[in-house]
Design a protein around this ligand. Structure first.
Ligand code: BYC
Length: 482
């Protein structure tokens, strides 16, 4: 049975973990706080730190009514540490020790592995804020600007969540790692962020929507896997983070959907039927569907790299140790040990892509990635339904998993979105058909002009169906003046 926990707002750091009684951790977090605020001011949303933004803040971990809405200046956001309630009798869900009581403290033998996973997870959160910091200036509406900032402050809270685990459970090296999380920077030459996709630029709003569709969804899958950890504080932390994550993917999937809708509507108004008549469509000031497909190809492939190698001893060890489970581990009906099972993995053998049975333990990254691809299909269906409803003959598709990869089985190969292997020369000349070219980027950049009048939207994006917190269409989500 789950026990509920109230959130204490009396300390500088709101929490439901009894921080006021845990002086050591409270002190450590209070020491880290000014550095975090410096980081937020230097690397967080550029140009809007003093503005009032209509944000939701987590005030409880009860699924009904866990957030309250109100105007906040972002540096004054109450970044809290919130864990899902402890489940009595929870057990380690997988691996050698499956069925034993979940750990409430870090088991010595798994300390290094846990620390690494927590640091990697923590590193992605501030990275995304850094990647998106310049987007406010070109927001296509106050509604979108507010959603961007909501995502940003929550990624900040997710950093707090990981830093809490490091400070509470990893002593001195945890404190050092917490400092490093503020020191690394997305795209920095000397101290970049840890994973590839978090060092890429997010140059425009379509990229932001694709990122929140695809990369945040990797976040969801990784958090789901860590929510299955036998280390209970990590599991509880990730379970609450997942509540917030859902909104981020909503922002992404509906953002792209609204871009698509506006394009289709503009095409119809102008009597253009051919979605490949790019020149004519761009003259309407909207983003043509083939370019949207290229952006989808790019962000999907970058996000697939975040699953690591398809066949991985790191992944096998983490599962075997009980520190990272599979997606929905607790609902899978098997022995949760996988010692003699196999799993079919797509591999490149003698220049052919084949499904090969691999030991299931080593194939866990591939399995999580397969679950991710299925989950991505939901977003794609939403987009294609919109295109169909608008009566345009076009479909967005997910590219082949081997397309444009930097990590794992397909890193050395050139594979088209349809799954055809190309030689280097052929790839070089075909690349711009698959991925956004410089000209595509320049065109999208030319559309990125601010549109900040309440209730107004830039020409290239349709308004949302409903407002945030049921607010009316002309609600002032960000108070730009004053
Ligand atoms: N880039 O056995 P391998 C999110 C390294 S997103 C650079 O293939 P493993 C969010 C790997 O570190 C979710 N390096 O993979 C979204 C290792 O190096 P070392 C973030 C990479 O370890 C939006 C070597 O290659 N959370 O939350 O099984 C906004 C061999 O590793 C990459 C997590 O990722 C890469 N892409 O799996 C905000 C969860 N891939 O140690 C937030 C925690 C691999 O040998 N992380 N390498 O030097 C993990 O579970 C795993 O570490 C990984 C990699 C899935 C990342």
């Amino acid at each position: 049975m789950a026990t509920s926990m109230n959130v204490d707002y009396s300390t500088t750091i709101p929490n439901n973990i009894g921080l006021s009684e845990d002086r050591r951790v409270l002190k450590a977090l209070e020491r880290w706080h000014p550095g975090y605020l410096n980081w937020w001011n230097d690397m967080g949303p550029e140009g809007f730190q003093e503005k009032l933004v209509y944000l939701r803040t987590a005030v409880s971990v009860d699924l009904d009514g866990w957030a309250k809405f109100g105007y906040v200046r972002m540096p004054e956001y109450r970044w809290g540490i919130l864990l899902a309630p402890q489940e009595e009798g929870r057990v380690i869900p997988c691996g050698e020790q499956a069925g034993e009581p979940a750990w409430q403290e870090v088991p010595g033998e798994h300390r290094a592995m846990l620390r690494r996973l927590i640091v990697i997870q923590g590193d992605t959160e501030p990275a995304s804020v850094e990647q998106q910091r310049h987007l406010g200036k070109t927001a296509p509406s106050l509604y979108d600007m507010r959603n961007l900032f909501q995502v940003n402050v929550e990624e900040g809270r997710h950093l707090w969540a990981m830093v809490y685990l490091l400070q509470k459970y990893f002593g001195r090296d945890g404190r050092e790692e917490a400092e490093e999380l503020l020191r690394r920077q997305s795209g920095h030459e000397d101290h970049p962020r840890m994973l590839g996709a978090f060092n890429e630029a997010t140059p425009d709003w379509l990229s932001f929507f694709m990122f929140t569709t695809f990369t945040d969804r990797d976040g969801k899958m990784q958090l789901e896997a860590l929510a299955q950890s036998g280390f209970d504080p990590l599991s509880r932390t990730c379970r609450f983070m997942l509540t917030e994550e859902a909104h981020h993917m909503f922002v992404g999937a509906t953002g792209v959907q609204r871009v698509i809708k506006r394009t289709c509507q503009a095409m119809k108004e102008a009597g253009i039927e051919d979605p490949y008549d790019i020149e004519a469509i761009r003259k309407l000031g909207v983003i043509d569907l083939p370019t949207i497909q290229k952006k989808c190809n790019l962000h999907f492939s970058l996000s697939l790299d975040l699953f690591g190698s398809e066949v991985s001893t790191n992944a096998a060890n983490a599962f075997n140790a009980g520190v990272k489970g599979r997606y929905k581990e607790n609902r899978i009906n098997d022995d949760h040990k996988l010692l003699s099972d196999t799993y079919p993995v797509m591999r490149l053998i003698d220049s052919e892509i084949k499904l090969v049975d691999e030991p299931a333990l080593s194939a866990l990254n591939a399995r999580l990635r397969d679950d991710y691809v299925k989950d991505c299909d939901k977003g794609i269906t939403l987009w294609n339904n919109t295109i169909r409803k608008e009566g345009i003959d076009f479909q967005i598709t997910l590219p082949h998993v081997g397309f444009h990869r930097q990590i794992g089985e397909f890193a050395a190969a050139n594979i088209t979105p349809c799954g055809k292997l190309l030689q280097n020369g052929a790839w070089d000349s075909a690349k711009d058909d698959f991925l956004p070219s410089k000209a595509d980027g320049d065109y999208i950049a030319s559309l990125m002009k601010p549109c900040w009048e309440p209730g107004k939207f830039a020409n290239w994006i349709a308004p949302p169906k409903v407002g945030i917190d049921n607010k009316p269409g002309d609600f002032e989500y960000v108070k730009i003046e004053g």
